[in-house]
Design a protein around this ligand. Sequence first.
Ligand code: FES
Ligand SMILES: [Fe+2]
Length: 420
Amino acid sequence: MNQIFRNDIADLLARRRKGRPLEAPFYTSAEIFDLDLRLIFARHWIFVAVEPDVPEPGDFITVAIGAASVVILRDDAMDIRAFHNVCRHRGARIVNQPKGFVGNLLCPYHNWTYDLTGNLIHTGSMAPDFDPRCHGLKPVHLRRLEGLIFICLADAPPEDFDDMARQVGPYIAPHRLSDLKIAAQSEIIEEGNWKLTIENNRECFHCGNHPELLQSLFHFFGYSAEDVTAEDRAQYELFTRTQAEFEAIWEANGLPWRPIEQLEGRPTAFRVERLAMAEAGESFTLDTRAACRKPVAPFSTMRLGTQHVHLQPNSWFHFLSDHVVTFSVFPLAADRTLVCTRWLVHKDAIEGVDYDIDTLTKVWQATNAQDGNFVAWAQAGIGDPAYEPGPLSPTEYMVENFDTWYCERLSAELQHPGAG
Ligand code: FES
Ligand SMILES: [Fe+2]
């Protein structure tokens, strides 16, 4: 990184105003986008998959983070491993499909072959002194959290993953992710910077523009009592009464529900909170009833609301009684972002009998499409010379948390040897 650019970044970070979103270059500059890939996405724990992506030995998926491709697979001992998808011979991409099943990993170029633990087991003719033990696939750090799979491309990943897992694990374990199957998934590209995608996820100030979601969601995520307008007062009082009713249900089911919020001040930052839902309170469906008749675990009721989990930098989740939805975000360019959504139901649930895909996915398909528009509109305006960061509402405090986290992490990683 040249000194002028380093000084520009330092200036931009130094003059950041609390209570406002970031200045335009953080969303539009190709240089800062490269920095985001190197210092955020290659140095932090990134949520990439769920255990049901690779239920059986030999199952794999590939994940791209910038120029890096990583193969995530289940080995014969049922461990889940991650490897750089780069042949140790002359560098060819070994796996060129997004997912599938393999016995071994066969490079398509000169047929070097690796087993599922990454050992090089076949090369054809090489010099007599060639040692295959020195040419296994390069591993990538991988951690599992109650069925969620994270990778970190750094040599020395952030050490606070265990602390996050210790706090978040009890909230999501009851939803038994490893007993589920992926019923549906979608990949959409939002025409905006990845930070706009995350910021948009961290507030419900815009939720009035999600008519499908509002059938089941009380739109007070991020609100305190003082933030509620006179016209929303009656609805807010219904929400607080409903929340108290749900707290009793969560207690009766042994489900942790109290919010924990550590969205800044640490590398592996997070937030958990269980929230009541409206009407039947069962699921993100248009009629608020469960989308899948078979619960993810033997709860006493389907009326459990939603367990929200938010992780920096790239994911959020909803854990319900009947299904789980996961969201992961991957930067493609300064103004393009991939959003992957997975809907999971119990592995014994039968499509067409216990659930149908349309009912299961309708609300978040619609909501994702609407959010994609919000992000694209924000990107367009931020790229306009007239843009200046405007004041955040108190209800958008988690946007502030995310921007603070981002600036903290960029500053910290710029001090790190090898930042570039
Ligand atoms: S590049 Fe893979 S075998 Fe040659
Ligand atoms: Fe939204």
